[in-house]
Design a protein around this ligand. Sequence first.
Ligand code: 3PG
Length: 215
Amino acid sequence: MAHDLQAGLEAILRKVPVIPVLVIDNLGDAVPLARALSGGGLTVLEITLRTDAAAECIRAIRAEVADVIVGSGTVLDARQLDLSEELGCAFAVAPGATPSLIAAARDHAIALLPASATTSEAMLLLEQGYRFQKFFPAEPSGGAAYLSSLASPLPQVKFCPTGGLTQDNAPSYLKLVNVATVGGSWMAPRKLIGDHSWAAIANLAQAAASLKAAA
Ligand code: 3PG
């Protein structure tokens, strides 16, 4: 293997029980949002590259919010890996995995967290050297019961389940031995961001940060 494809990623994933998955439409919301989340104790953020403002939001947060670790999300191709590195992201998250994305990741230093949703997908990624995988979309794919079933045959793989998680169902994932952390958008819904309800977001973040990972 040319290099450690997930260098530094384990320490980042284990830093917090929950990684907020953020969709930010307006640049002006980025810094106050990041401050609200980190103030609540969530210091690892995934900023999805789904909006026109995403790149500038990452730049602003990296420049102005010192205590957060920023990763990019919804990374689909080599160009977005390039962009993630250019923006200084600490990691990049993909909602799945394609042969071309996996090939491109070999030529990039940034740690990639690719996703699987089935046993075979998890095995294919493990073959490529990915011990840390996003499990997406977690709830529709079988939820905590499905993920729990992978722990025995695939003990080497640790997951970050994302997709449909809430404050209420996150503990059912966090108690699994094969879950490193979970991801979700529930503490930063678009409506609260749009309303600039930073105190409400900080409260939701604080509740999420108080959850405990078992693994
Ligand atoms: C996503 O990519 O949208 C995330 O996985 C977040 O899922 P959620 O909005 O269901 O938490």
